[in-house]
Design a binder for this molecule. Structure first.
Ligand code: COA
Length: 161
């Protein structure tokens, strides 16, 4: 049983993330999308909303959604996962990802990090950029799933009253 973890903040999930999930789903028997309960970032969506959005767009029966806090390596061990999947978009991601991968390897030598190249059309995306463009009235169609765009619209609608 080859089980991989795809960790992140997913605030919200983008088509770039989905591209990596699709690639991972082809390679592993089970993929767990693991949302970090991150106290440092101030998210647009609650952890519950982010989980729901991922469940809405998840079309693979062997891809699960879960949340975690604490060290990723501890979570991976608790799930008996052998691999952490991370998407690499541009060269600028590399340094940060290398640091994390090497620290995780030091903490848990049996756990492997696998990097996947994002599809070219999503290589400029980040959740923050999408939120910024959306909040300033720009189009994000094609960058996030329709269900996510609708959620963003209703969230902003509520804020604006
Ligand atoms: N396409 C589009 N965008 C992508 C993407 C892809 N393929 N992959 C990542 N992104 C974006 C995300 O949307 C996010 O954007 P944002 O910063 O604007 O929100 C950004 O890249 C960073 O993304 P994310 O994947 O959420 O990672 P992260 O850097 O927030 O978190 C963890 C990384 C969760 C893996 C890491 O913090 C962790 O393991 N934490 C647990 C504690 C721990 O173990 N610490 C020690 C680590 S050595």
């Amino acid at each position: 049983m080859r089980r991989a973890i795809y960790p992140g903040t997913f605030d919200p999930i983008t088509n770039g993330h989905l591209d990596i999930i699709e690639r991972s789903a082809r390679l592993f028997d089970e993929v767990i999308i693991a949302l970090l309960m991150n106290i440092e970032k101030s998210p647009m969506f609650s952890i519950q909303e982010r989980v729901e959005m991922i469940q809405e767009v998840n079309r693979w029966s062997h891809v699960k959604v879960d949340t975690f806090q604490g060290l990723l390596v501890h979570y991976a061990a608790s799930q008996k996962a052998q691999v952490i999947v991370r998407g690499i978009r541009a060269v600028s991601d590399y340094e940060y990802e290398l640091q994390m991968a090497l620290m995780n390897r030091r903490l848990e030598p049996q756990l492997e990090t696998m990097f996947m190249m994002s599809a070219e059309e999503y290589s400029h995306l980040s959740s923050s950029l999408i939120k910024e463009v959306f909040l300033l009235g720009g189009s994000i169609t094609g960058l996030v799933p329709d269900a996510v765009e609708q959620r963003m619209q209703s969230k902003v609608g509520k804020v604006k009253g």
